[in-house]
Design a protein around this ligand. Structure first.
Ligand code: PXL
Length: 281
Protein backbone atom coordinates (compact mmCIF):
# COMPACT_ATOMS: atom_id res chain seq x y z
CA UNK A 1 0.00 0.00 0.00
CA UNK A 2 1.30 3.47 -0.92
CA UNK A 3 0.78 6.22 1.63
CA UNK A 4 0.76 9.55 -0.12
CA UNK A 5 2.08 12.63 1.62
CA UNK A 6 -0.60 15.21 2.26
CA UNK A 7 -0.29 19.00 2.39
CA UNK A 8 -2.98 21.54 3.19
CA UNK A 9 -2.45 24.98 1.70
CA UNK A 10 -4.35 28.02 2.89
CA UNK A 11 -4.44 31.01 0.56
CA UNK A 12 -6.69 32.92 -1.83
CA UNK A 13 -7.94 31.98 -5.26
CA UNK A 14 -7.13 34.72 -7.72
CA UNK A 15 -9.33 33.51 -10.57
CA UNK A 16 -7.07 35.04 -13.19
CA UNK A 17 -3.39 35.85 -12.77
CA UNK A 18 -1.47 32.67 -11.91
CA UNK A 19 -0.62 33.00 -8.24
CA UNK A 20 -1.59 31.59 -4.84
CA UNK A 21 -3.88 28.51 -5.06
CA UNK A 22 -3.90 28.32 -8.87
CA UNK A 23 -0.13 27.85 -8.64
CA UNK A 24 0.21 25.88 -5.37
CA UNK A 25 -2.35 23.22 -6.32
CA UNK A 26 -0.84 22.14 -9.67
CA UNK A 27 2.74 22.42 -8.42
CA UNK A 28 2.42 20.43 -5.21
CA UNK A 29 0.19 17.86 -6.96
CA UNK A 30 2.79 17.47 -9.73
CA UNK A 31 5.29 16.60 -7.01
CA UNK A 32 3.16 13.57 -6.16
CA UNK A 33 1.65 15.03 -3.01
CA UNK A 34 -2.05 15.11 -2.17
CA UNK A 35 -2.99 18.77 -1.88
CA UNK A 36 -5.94 19.88 0.21
CA UNK A 37 -6.90 23.53 -0.02
CA UNK A 38 -8.60 26.14 2.10
CA UNK A 39 -9.45 29.18 -0.03
CA UNK A 40 -9.29 32.31 2.11
CA UNK A 41 -10.87 34.65 -0.44
CA UNK A 42 -11.93 34.68 -4.06
CA UNK A 43 -10.58 37.56 -6.16
CA UNK A 44 -11.29 38.08 -9.84
CA UNK A 45 -7.55 38.72 -10.35
CA UNK A 46 -4.54 39.22 -8.11
CA UNK A 47 -3.86 42.74 -6.83
CA UNK A 48 -0.41 43.17 -8.38
CA UNK A 49 -1.07 45.37 -11.40
CA UNK A 50 -4.76 44.74 -12.13
CA UNK A 51 -7.30 47.36 -11.13
CA UNK A 52 -11.01 46.97 -10.32
CA UNK A 53 -10.69 43.42 -9.00
CA UNK A 54 -13.43 41.83 -6.89
CA UNK A 55 -12.70 40.44 -3.41
CA UNK A 56 -14.97 37.96 -1.65
CA UNK A 57 -13.83 37.18 1.88
CA UNK A 58 -14.12 33.54 3.06
CA UNK A 59 -12.80 33.98 6.61
CA UNK A 60 -15.96 32.45 8.16
CA UNK A 61 -15.58 29.33 6.03
CA UNK A 62 -12.06 28.65 7.32
CA UNK A 63 -13.43 28.06 10.84
CA UNK A 64 -16.23 25.78 9.56
CA UNK A 65 -13.85 23.76 7.38
CA UNK A 66 -11.47 23.42 10.31
CA UNK A 67 -14.27 22.18 12.61
CA UNK A 68 -15.48 19.65 10.04
CA UNK A 69 -11.95 18.37 9.41
CA UNK A 70 -11.34 17.97 13.15
CA UNK A 71 -14.53 15.89 13.39
CA UNK A 72 -13.13 13.68 10.60
CA UNK A 73 -9.77 13.35 12.35
CA UNK A 74 -7.87 14.58 9.27
CA UNK A 75 -4.12 15.07 9.57
CA UNK A 76 -1.53 16.63 7.24
CA UNK A 77 2.22 16.24 6.74
CA UNK A 78 2.54 19.98 6.16
CA UNK A 79 0.47 23.12 6.59
CA UNK A 80 1.42 25.85 4.15
CA UNK A 81 -0.03 29.37 4.13
CA UNK A 82 0.32 32.12 1.52
CA UNK A 83 -1.58 35.35 0.84
CA UNK A 84 -4.04 36.15 3.63
CA UNK A 85 -6.54 38.95 3.19
CA UNK A 86 -7.04 40.58 6.60
CA UNK A 87 -5.88 40.80 10.21
CA UNK A 88 -8.84 38.62 11.27
CA UNK A 89 -7.90 36.01 8.73
CA UNK A 90 -4.34 35.77 10.05
CA UNK A 91 -5.77 35.14 13.53
CA UNK A 92 -8.11 32.44 12.21
CA UNK A 93 -5.21 30.74 10.43
CA UNK A 94 -3.20 30.93 13.66
CA UNK A 95 -6.04 29.02 15.39
CA UNK A 96 -5.97 26.48 12.54
CA UNK A 97 -2.27 25.91 13.30
CA UNK A 98 -3.15 25.25 16.95
CA UNK A 99 -5.73 22.64 15.91
CA UNK A 100 -3.72 20.85 13.21
CA UNK A 101 -0.02 21.15 14.05
CA UNK A 102 1.67 18.19 15.74
CA UNK A 103 5.11 16.66 16.30
CA UNK A 104 4.62 14.78 13.03
CA UNK A 105 4.09 17.73 10.72
CA UNK A 106 5.57 21.13 9.94
CA UNK A 107 4.27 24.61 9.19
CA UNK A 108 5.38 26.82 6.29
CA UNK A 109 4.37 30.48 6.34
CA UNK A 110 4.97 32.50 3.21
CA UNK A 111 4.42 35.96 4.75
CA UNK A 112 2.97 37.52 1.59
CA UNK A 113 3.13 41.28 2.20
CA UNK A 114 4.59 42.98 -0.85
CA UNK A 115 7.29 43.32 -3.46
CA UNK A 116 9.84 45.84 -4.81
CA UNK A 117 9.95 47.65 -1.46
CA UNK A 118 6.17 48.22 -1.22
CA UNK A 119 3.24 46.55 0.55
CA UNK A 120 0.57 45.04 -1.72
CA UNK A 121 -2.72 46.95 -2.01
CA UNK A 122 -4.78 46.95 1.18
CA UNK A 123 -2.01 45.87 3.59
CA UNK A 124 -1.19 47.99 6.65
CA UNK A 125 1.40 48.06 9.45
CA UNK A 126 -1.18 46.34 11.69
CA UNK A 127 -1.37 43.50 9.17
CA UNK A 128 2.45 43.28 9.11
CA UNK A 129 2.41 42.96 12.92
CA UNK A 130 -0.10 40.13 12.76
CA UNK A 131 1.94 38.32 10.10
CA UNK A 132 5.01 38.69 12.32
CA UNK A 133 3.12 36.80 15.06
CA UNK A 134 2.10 34.07 12.60
CA UNK A 135 5.78 33.63 11.64
CA UNK A 136 6.51 32.79 15.29
CA UNK A 137 4.50 29.58 14.92
CA UNK A 138 6.20 28.45 11.70
CA UNK A 139 8.94 25.93 11.12
CA UNK A 140 9.81 27.61 7.80
CA UNK A 141 9.09 31.17 6.65
CA UNK A 142 9.81 32.26 3.08
CA UNK A 143 9.88 36.07 2.77
CA UNK A 144 11.29 38.03 -0.16
CA UNK A 145 13.50 41.05 0.58
CA UNK A 146 10.50 43.41 0.80
CA UNK A 147 8.71 41.15 3.26
CA UNK A 148 11.87 40.65 5.34
CA UNK A 149 12.35 44.41 5.55
CA UNK A 150 8.76 44.97 6.75
CA UNK A 151 8.91 42.05 9.21
CA UNK A 152 12.17 43.32 10.72
CA UNK A 153 11.54 47.07 10.33
CA UNK A 154 14.76 47.55 8.35
CA UNK A 155 15.35 49.41 5.04
CA UNK A 156 14.61 47.53 1.82
CA UNK A 157 17.77 46.37 0.04
CA UNK A 158 17.23 45.25 -3.56
CA UNK A 159 20.87 44.16 -3.93
CA UNK A 160 21.18 41.95 -0.88
CA UNK A 161 24.32 39.77 -1.07
CA UNK A 162 25.12 36.59 0.83
CA UNK A 163 26.62 38.40 3.84
CA UNK A 164 23.68 40.77 4.26
CA UNK A 165 21.35 37.79 3.80
CA UNK A 166 22.99 36.02 6.75
CA UNK A 167 22.35 39.00 9.00
CA UNK A 168 18.73 39.26 7.86
CA UNK A 169 18.19 35.52 8.32
CA UNK A 170 19.46 35.66 11.91
CA UNK A 171 17.03 38.52 12.54
CA UNK A 172 14.16 36.54 11.00
CA UNK A 173 14.97 33.52 13.18
CA UNK A 174 14.56 35.78 16.20
CA UNK A 175 10.91 36.17 15.22
CA UNK A 176 10.61 32.58 16.47
CA UNK A 177 10.60 30.36 13.39
CA UNK A 178 13.12 27.54 13.06
CA UNK A 179 14.24 27.97 9.44
CA UNK A 180 13.85 31.34 7.68
CA UNK A 181 14.42 31.24 3.92
CA UNK A 182 15.10 34.53 2.12
CA UNK A 183 14.45 34.90 -1.61
CA UNK A 184 15.86 37.62 -3.85
CA UNK A 185 19.49 37.20 -2.73
CA UNK A 186 22.09 38.37 -5.29
CA UNK A 187 25.58 37.11 -6.08
CA UNK A 188 27.29 38.78 -9.05
CA UNK A 189 25.03 38.13 -12.03
CA UNK A 190 23.06 35.48 -10.18
CA UNK A 191 19.84 35.53 -8.19
CA UNK A 192 18.75 33.02 -5.59
CA UNK A 193 17.77 32.20 -2.06
CA UNK A 194 19.44 31.63 1.31
CA UNK A 195 18.28 29.70 4.35
CA UNK A 196 19.34 29.49 7.99
CA UNK A 197 18.73 26.53 10.26
CA UNK A 198 18.61 28.19 13.67
CA UNK A 199 18.83 24.83 15.46
CA UNK A 200 22.14 23.79 13.87
CA UNK A 201 23.34 27.39 13.17
CA UNK A 202 23.97 26.48 9.50
CA UNK A 203 23.45 28.62 6.39
CA UNK A 204 22.53 27.41 2.91
CA UNK A 205 22.46 29.22 -0.46
CA UNK A 206 21.39 28.37 -3.98
CA UNK A 207 21.63 30.57 -7.09
CA UNK A 208 20.23 30.64 -10.61
CA UNK A 209 19.90 33.08 -13.45
CA UNK A 210 19.06 36.73 -12.73
CA UNK A 211 16.73 38.71 -14.97
CA UNK A 212 16.08 42.38 -14.48
CA UNK A 213 12.28 42.06 -14.95
CA UNK A 214 10.12 41.07 -11.99
CA UNK A 215 7.90 38.04 -12.77
CA UNK A 216 4.67 38.03 -10.81
CA UNK A 217 3.85 34.89 -8.81
CA UNK A 218 7.41 33.54 -8.57
CA UNK A 219 7.28 33.85 -4.77
CA UNK A 220 4.26 31.54 -4.73
CA UNK A 221 5.98 29.10 -7.08
CA UNK A 222 9.10 29.10 -4.91
CA UNK A 223 7.12 28.53 -1.71
CA UNK A 224 5.06 25.72 -3.27
CA UNK A 225 8.10 23.83 -4.59
CA UNK A 226 9.99 24.34 -1.32
CA UNK A 227 7.05 23.05 0.73
CA UNK A 228 6.64 20.07 -1.59
CA UNK A 229 10.33 19.23 -1.47
CA UNK A 230 10.52 19.28 2.34
CA UNK A 231 7.32 17.21 2.48
CA UNK A 232 9.01 14.63 0.25
CA UNK A 233 11.84 14.42 2.79
CA UNK A 234 14.42 16.60 0.99
CA UNK A 235 16.89 18.45 3.22
CA UNK A 236 17.16 22.25 3.25
CA UNK A 237 19.89 22.39 0.58
CA UNK A 238 18.01 20.01 -1.73
CA UNK A 239 14.74 21.91 -1.25
CA UNK A 240 16.47 25.24 -1.99
CA UNK A 241 18.20 23.84 -5.08
CA UNK A 242 14.98 22.34 -6.44
CA UNK A 243 13.02 25.56 -5.90
CA UNK A 244 15.71 27.80 -7.45
CA UNK A 245 16.13 25.43 -10.42
CA UNK A 246 12.39 25.33 -11.10
CA UNK A 247 12.14 29.15 -10.87
CA UNK A 248 14.99 29.33 -13.41
CA UNK A 249 13.07 26.96 -15.70
CA UNK A 250 9.95 29.14 -15.35
CA UNK A 251 11.92 32.30 -16.16
CA UNK A 252 13.42 30.69 -19.26
CA UNK A 253 10.00 29.52 -20.41
CA UNK A 254 8.52 32.99 -19.86
CA UNK A 255 11.28 34.99 -21.61
CA UNK A 256 9.78 34.67 -25.12
CA UNK A 257 6.44 36.13 -23.96
CA UNK A 258 7.46 38.54 -21.17
CA UNK A 259 5.28 41.43 -22.37
CA UNK A 260 2.11 39.38 -22.71
CA UNK A 261 2.87 37.51 -19.47
CA UNK A 262 3.34 40.62 -17.24
CA UNK A 263 0.92 39.14 -14.66
CA UNK A 264 2.51 35.72 -14.14
CA UNK A 265 4.91 33.15 -15.54
CA UNK A 266 4.68 30.16 -17.88
CA UNK A 267 5.17 27.71 -14.99
CA UNK A 268 2.81 25.19 -16.62
CA UNK A 269 5.33 24.53 -19.40
CA UNK A 270 7.86 23.33 -16.83
CA UNK A 271 5.73 20.97 -14.73
CA UNK A 272 7.25 17.97 -16.55
CA UNK A 273 10.69 18.98 -15.28
CA UNK A 274 9.37 19.40 -11.74
CA UNK A 275 7.95 15.87 -11.82
CA UNK A 276 11.40 14.67 -12.86
CA UNK A 277 13.18 16.65 -10.09
CA UNK A 278 10.74 15.31 -7.49
CA UNK A 279 11.19 11.68 -8.44
CA UNK A 280 15.04 11.84 -8.57
CA UNK A 281 16.15 11.66 -4.97
O1 PXL B 1 1.50 36.39 -5.48
C1 PXL B 1 1.07 36.81 -4.25
C2 PXL B 1 -0.37 37.21 -4.27
C3 PXL B 1 -1.34 36.30 -3.91
N1 PXL B 1 -2.64 36.61 -3.89
C4 PXL B 1 -3.05 37.84 -4.25
C5 PXL B 1 -2.13 38.81 -4.63
C6 PXL B 1 -0.76 38.49 -4.63
C7 PXL B 1 0.22 39.48 -5.04
O2 PXL B 1 -0.05 40.51 -5.58
O3 PXL B 1 -2.56 40.02 -4.97
C8 PXL B 1 -4.52 38.16 -4.23
Amino acid sequence: MVFMKKVVTIQDISCFGKCSLTVALPIISAMGIETAVIPTAVLSTHTGGFTGYTFHDLSGDIKDISKHWQSLGLTFDAIYTGYLGSVDQVQIVSDFFDSFSSDDNFIVVDPVLGDSGHLYAGFTEEFVGEMRKLCEKADYILPNMTEASFLLGIPYNDKCDENSAKEILRGLAELGCKVPVLTGVRSGGLHGAAAYDSESDEFYVSFGKHIERQLHGTGDIFASVFTGAVTLGKNIQQALDMSVKYISDCINATMPCLDEMWYGSCFELCLGKLIEYSSNS
